[in-house]
Ligand binder design. Structure first.
Ligand SMILES: [Zn+2]
Length: 434
C-alpha cells in the first residue's frame, strides 16, 4: 500500500470539443438537469457508506420527463395529511415513552438546526426523554461549537464522542487520496454511532430529523419512517471498506488496530436485531421546512447562523460546524459537477424560498468556489507528518501536502464528461445556469 503523488492529468482527455469524453464512477454520460430545481442526474444518492470503494458505481438522482425524484416527492408531500401523520407520531411516542426516568429515545446530531428541532420538539411538545448524541466534527468552527453548546443549554443531555485524532486524520487523508472524499470517516462515525449508543443505554427508539434520501434517492425509499438496518449493520467483515480500503488492508498492511477502527465499523446485524432498535425519521411525521427549523432553534436557544457565508454557497445556517465541510463539498463538486450551492438552492426552490432563476444565478456564482478560508488549517490536518505519524508517513510519497498537491489530486478525479480545460481554467461542459 503506497500513495503516490498525484500526476498532472492528460489534458488531451479534457479538450473542449472532444468526442465522447470518458465518464467516471459509472455516471451517466448524458448530463440532464431537472426543470423545476437545479439538480442534475449526476448527483449520487445516499448509499451504504461502509461499502464504498474506488470502483463503486454510483447510483444517482433519477430525472424522468425533466423532473427529478426529489421534486416529485416534494409534490407528493403536499398531499400528505399531516394531522394523520402527527397522530402516528403520538402513537409511536406513547409506545416508547419511559416512566421510570430512563431515556426513551436517542437523537443523533451536531446541534445544527435540524437536530435541535428534533430533540427539542420531542422533549417539549411530545414529552419524550431524549438523549442526544454527537460524533465530533473533525475541526469545529467556533460558531459550530457555540451552537452545539446552545443545544445542550436549551435542556438536553448529550454524549459527545470524539474519535482518536491521529486515526481520524489518517483515515481522512487516506479517504482523500483514495476516493477524494475527505468527509467519509466522519460520515461513517456519525452514521454508525447512534445504534451502538442506543444499545448501551437500552434505548429502543432512535430519531433522525429529515430523511436525506428525500434529496436524491428514489421516491420508493421515502415512503416509510423507518431507517433500514442495512445502513448501519453488517455481518460480512470482508465487504466492509473504510476510506475506500478494505478492512483487511487497513489492519494487515497499514497496521491500524481493530480497536482504533471500532468507531468506523457497522455493528453486527444479529446483535442490533436482537436489541430491537427502531430507527425513525421525524421528517416523516412532521412537515419539515429547513428554514423554519432554523427559526425554531434561534427562538428557543442561543443558536446563531454563522457570521459569514459558507465557502461554495450563499447560505449561513446549513451544516456549519466542521471546517472540513468546505472541502467536502468542493471535492464533491469535482466528482459530480454539482456542489453546495446546488444543494442549498434545490432545497430552497422546492420550499418556495427562492425561484429557479434565482437558484441558477446563485449556483453560477458560488457552486465551485475554491474554499480558501480554512485551507491552511485543513492542509495541516491532512498532512501525515513524520513527528505525529512516525510509522504511517512512509506510506505517502508526499506526506505533508500543500494547496498545489490538493488541486492536482482534485484534477485527477475530474470526469472528462463533466469538465474541460481551456486557457488555464476548468469549466463545466454543462450546468444548470447555461
Ligand atoms: Zn428537481
Amino acid at each position: 500500500m503506497f500513495f503516490p503523488k498525484p500526476k498532472k492529468v492528460n489534458y488531451n482527455h479534457y479538450k473542449e470539443n472532444i468526442k465522447n469524453p470518458e465518464s467516471k464512477l459509472g455516471l451517466d454520460k448524458e448530463v440532464k438537469f431537472c426543470k423545476k430545481c437545479v439538480i442534475s442526474n449526476q448527483r449520487p444518492s445516499s448509499a451504504i457508506e461502509f461499502k464504498q470503494n474506488s470502483s463503486t458505481k454510483k447510483k444517482t438522482t433519477k430525472i424522468t420527463n425533466s423532473v427529478c425524484d426529489p421534486c416529485n416527492y416534494h409534490e407528493y408531500k403536499k398531499k400528505i395529511d399531516w394531522k394523520d401523520r402527527e397522530k402516528e407520531l403520538v402513537e409511536l411516542c406513547n409506545k416508547y415513552r419511559s416512566r421510570d426516568g430512563s431515556y426513551d429515545c436517542l437523537v443523533p446530531g451536531s446541534g445544527g438546526k435540524d437536530s435541535f428541532y428534533t430533540s427539542h420538539i420531542l422533549k417539549n411538545k411530545y414529552k419524550m426523554n431524549p438523549l442526544t448524541v454527537t460524533f465530533s466534527p473533525s475541526i469545529y468552527t467556533s460558531w459550530g461549537f457555540n451552537n452545539f453548546k446552545a443545544w445542550i443549554d436549551a435542556g438536553h443531555d448529550n454524549y459527545l464522542v470524539t474519535p482518536n485524532t491521529k486515526i481520524h486524520r489518517l483515515l481522512t487523508r487516506i479517504s482523500l487520496e483514495n476516493i477524494l472524499h475527505p468527509f467519509q470517516p466522519f460520515i461513517l462515525g456519525q452514521k454508525l454511532l447512534p445504534p451502538k449508543i442506543a444499545s448501551v443505554f437500552n434505548i429502543k427508539l432512535v430519531f433522525y430529523g429529515e430523511n436525506e434520501a428525500e434529496y436524491g434517492n428514489s421516491i420508493k425509499e421515502n415512503k416509510s419512517s423507518k431507517r433500514e438496518n442495512k445502513y448501519f449493520s453488517n455481518n460480512q467483515k470482508d465487504k466492509i471498506y473504510i476510506s475506500g480500503l478494505s478492512l483487511d488492508t487497513l489492519v494487515n498492511d497499514l497496521k491500524i488496530s481493530k480497536n482504533d477502527l471500532n468507531l468506523y465499523l457497522p455493528g453486527s446485524k444479529d446483535f442490533l436485531e436482537s436489541k430491537k432498535i427502531d430507527v425513525r425519521y421525524l421528517g416523516y411525521y412532521l412537515n419539515w421546512h429547513p428554514q423554519k427549523c432554523y427559526y425554531y432553534a434561534a427562538e428557543n436557544s442561543n443558536f446563531k447562523s454563522a457570521p459569514e457565508r459558507t465557502a461554495g454557497t450563499y447560505s449561513k445556517y446549513n451544516s456549519i460546524d466542521d471546517k472540513i465541510d468546505d472541502i467536502h463539498f468542493y471535492t464533491y463538486g469535482i466528482k459530480f459537477g454539482v456542489a453546495r450551492a446546488t444543494y442549498d438552492a434545490c432545497q430552497e426552490i422546492r420550499n418556495g424560498d427562492i425561484n429557479r432563476d434565482e437558484g441558477k444565478m446563485l449556483v453560477k456564482k458560488y457552486d465551485h468556489e475554491f474554499p480558501k478560508r480554512f485551507m491552511k488549517e485543513i492542509l495541516e490536518y491532512l498532512s501525515i507528518n513524520k513527528n505525529d505519524f512516525p510509522f504511517h508517513y512512509k506510506f505517502f510519497e508526499q506526506p505533508v501536502i500543500n494547496e498545489k498537491y490538493f488541486k492536482n489530486l482534485c484534477d485527477s478525479f475530474r470526469p472528462p464528461h463533466l469538465w474541460y480545460f481551456k486557457k488555464g481554467k476548468w469549466k463545466l461542459r454543462k450546468a444548470a445556469w447555461m
